[in-house]
Design a protein around this ligand. Structure first.
Ligand SMILES: *[C@@H]1O[C@H](CO)[C@@H](O)[C@H](O)[C@H]1NC(C)=O
Ligand SMILES: *[C@@H]1O[C@H](CO)[C@@H](O)[C@H](O)[C@H]1NC(C)=O
Ligand SMILES: *[C@@H]1O[C@H](CO)[C@@H](O)[C@H](O)[C@H]1NC(C)=O
Ligand SMILES: *[C@@H]1O[C@H](CO)[C@@H](O)[C@H](O)[C@H]1NC(C)=O
Ligand SMILES: *[C@@H]1O[C@H](CO)[C@@H](O)[C@H](O)[C@H]1NC(C)=O
Ligand SMILES: *[C@@H]1O[C@H](CO)[C@@H](O)[C@H](O)[C@H]1NC(C)=O
Length: 564
């Protein structure tokens, strides 16, 4: 048969339009189809966004306070063009009117620069972000974490929700209400990403998990959990680690029953099943808006009754589905972890941000620390009473020759180190015996970070959470001023280092003028190298007061240590 020129032309036109028929906004998941949308990045690159994809069944009714299970299949096409659902928050944290707090909140978002379903493209590395917020606030929503800056570095982004507060962390510490439900949601989402990300152009062999604050601590705990074997090949921990005691509740069962009594003054049972029945039959808002406080624990004689209540716990290893059984510090020390390269670090004066929320902290804690140097040492070190006093006195001398009350800046520095930098550097050092570890200190003080006017007794620096304003355009603290040119350079440096790590597991695989041609040297157990990210990028050694802490703690602490 002989085709006319005209017919050939028509045929070739048809084949082109067939290729065009691959709808980049339509993805077919095993559970059903989803329709996303095309968006534009800050650099005007088109990317495809799929928002509020269900990654688990709604944890409602009989599934409330239970580990996540697979989502049911759906018919037709699910619209995934908007972020609306976020888990219950502590207070009115996010005021975006489009974000609705709901128990049905196990959703994630995928953003991809590739055309989903086009098999001729090379799949891209994936960054999976676990938000922070003290295990009681936050969400993956685009209104908070904007993926566009990372999209311009050509990687696939996933952000997730997980249950928070009492709904995510209340536990009877047995099989009735298992512990760490919020972390099990994260784990479930990580499995979803491993299974499905290829459908969006993501490479399931190149997944990096990342997070900040409680998200960084979550990443640290997921690194330690054996159940995550093979789910990721790298991890980024910003201002958090799983070996920080802050993310730990020791009296979880006590507080769980306290909530039961709180909701029903007639509730006197001490049986887990009775508590579950009570808690599954009240509105979720009653559970979320509970008034259980650390003071109740203090009155009941529990030590260290402060901070948040609804937090991760150490699970009994005999319980089915246990995610975290400890001893965490010991696990990192002995390499009993998922041995993947990490990028880990902290901001130069983390504690400053907390002063913004509570300006009375320095004076209150100065009194407390001055009243007895024993108070400088937490129970996480398992020290004897006498040794607590000795070690506490030595630690105090790092920060002040006299009283904290006469040197409020010393209180800020002490807590920055005690709560953040010491455990983070410890983690970096211990893990460096087994994997690549890139340690940073973020010292660049720009307007973009959002923490403008905080300075206490001459102590300045970059406070907690300022880094995420640069990477995600997130306005967690205040609205930062976005357009200072030096801030924009720092933003692009951070994004380049972070996305290099996601692509190559090395933040500086080659010399880059933007990065001042620096080579970010790895930590080794004998040399605490770190990148000081300031107006310039410089490799330095021995950050903060870490070595002085270690010299004191390691003499008196009694292993096995869970935390540091
Ligand atoms: C999905 O969104 C489109 C466009 O906004 C709308 O026409 C359609 O009705 C929606 N479908 C569903 C099932 O909500
Ligand atoms: C507690 O029990 C008493 C007596 O049965 C009843 O009158 C009261 O309403 C109950 N209170 C609550 C909060 O259920
Ligand atoms: C140290 O404390 C942990 C809990 O943080 C505990 O499980 C462990 O048994 C303690 N070790 C010693 C030697 O007391
Ligand atoms: C490094 O790991 C090896 C083997 O696991 C161990 O014997 C050694 O003590 C570790 N070194 C440090 C500094 O922790
Ligand atoms: C960061 O750079 C500023 C400006 O040069 C300087 O004042 C500050 O001391 C530096 N901080 C650190 C920790 O490098
Ligand atoms: C980085 O190295 C290149 C090539 O040697 C050089 O041209 C450039 O000026 C350097 N950039 C910086 C910021 O040092």
């Amino acid at each position: 048969m002989k085709y006319s020129k005209g017919l050939l032309l028509i045929l070739s036109t048809i084949s082109v339009s067939l290729a065009d028929v691959v709808d980049p906004t339509l993805v077919t998941l095993p559970e059903g189809q989803i329709r996303g949308q095309a968006l534009q990045s800050p650099n005007d690159n088109v990317y495809y966004a799929f928002q509020d994809i269900p990654y688990a069944a709604p944890p409602v009714g009989e599934l409330r306070f239970q580990p996540p299970i697979a989502s049911a299949k759906w018919d037709g096409v699910l619209n995934t063009t908007k972020n609306e659902k976020i888990c219950y928050q502590s207070g009115q944290y996010y005021v975006d009117p489009d974000l609705i707090q709901t128990e049905d909140c196990l959703y994630l978002n995928v953003y991809t620069p590739l055309i989903p379903g086009n098999p001729s493209q090379t799949p891209l590395p994936v960054l999976l972000w676990i938000h922070g917020g003290g295990y009681q606030n936050g969400a993956g929503a685009i209104q908070i974490y904007k993926p566009g800056l990372f999209i311009d570095h050509n990687i696939v982004i996933v952000t997730i929700n997980y249950r928070e507060g009492a709904l995510g962390f209340l536990t009877t510490e047995d099989r009735v209400i298992p512990g760490n439900l919020g972390l099990k949601d994260q784990h479930f989402a990580m499995q979803w990403v491993k299974r499905n990300i290829n459908l969006f152009g993501g490479d399931p062999e190149k997944i990096t998990i990342s997070g900040e604050s409680a998200g960084g601590a979550s990443v640290g705990l997921q690194i330690i959990s054996k159940r995550n074997k093979g789910l990721f090949r790298g991890a980024i921990l910003q201002s958090g680690t799983g070996i920080n005691y802050k993310a730990h509740q020791r009296y979880a069962r006590f507080y769980a029953f306290e909530l039961g009594r709180n909701l029903d003054s007639n509730f006197t049972s001490d049986k887990s099943d009775d508590l579950l029945e009570l808690l599954q039959n009240v509105p979720a808002t009653d559970i979320n808006d509970n008034t259980v406080t650390p003071e109740i624990g203090k009155e009941a004689g529990l030590i260290e009754g402060e901070g948040s209540i609804w937090l991760p716990v150490i699970e009994d290893a005999s319980l089915e589905g246990a995610l975290l059984t400890g001893p965490f510090q010991e696990d990192v020390r002995t390499g009993n972890i998922n041995q993947v390269p990490i990028l880990i670090g902290f901001n130069s004066e983390e504690e400053l941000t907390f002063m913004l929320f509570d300006p009375t902290i320095p004076e209150r804690y100065a009194k407390y620390l001055d009243s007895d140097s024993y108070n400088l040492i937490r129970d996480k070190f398992n020290m004897t009473k006498e040794n607590k006093l000795t070690a506490g006195t030595m630690l105090k001398q790092i920060y002040t020759d006299g009283a904290f009350e006469d040197n409020l800046g010393a209180v800020v520095k002490f807590f920055s180190d005690e709560t953040f930098t010491t455990p983070i550097i410890r983690h970096a050092k211990l893990q460096s015996n087994y994997t690549d570890v890139f340690l940073y200190q973020f010292s660049y003080k720009g307007k973009m970070g959002g923490l403008k006017d905080i300075e206490i007794a001459g102590v300045q620096g970059v406070g907690h959470a300022e880094d995420i304003a640069y990477l995600w355009d997130a306005r967690i603290i205040n609205d930062g001023t976005p357009d200072d040119p030096a801030d924009v350079i720092t933003r692009h440096r951070l994004l380049t280092l972070w996305s290099n790590f996601v692509k190559y597991l090395n933040p500086t695989p080659e010399k880059d003028s933007l990065l001042g041609n620096v080579t970010w040297e790895k930590v080794t157990p004998n040399s605490l190298k770190y990148l000081n990210i300031n107006n310039t990028l410089e490799v330095q050694t021995n950050p903060k007061e870490y070595l002085r802490w270690e010299r004191i703690i390691d003499i008196y602490a009694i292993p096995p240590l869970f935390y540091y």
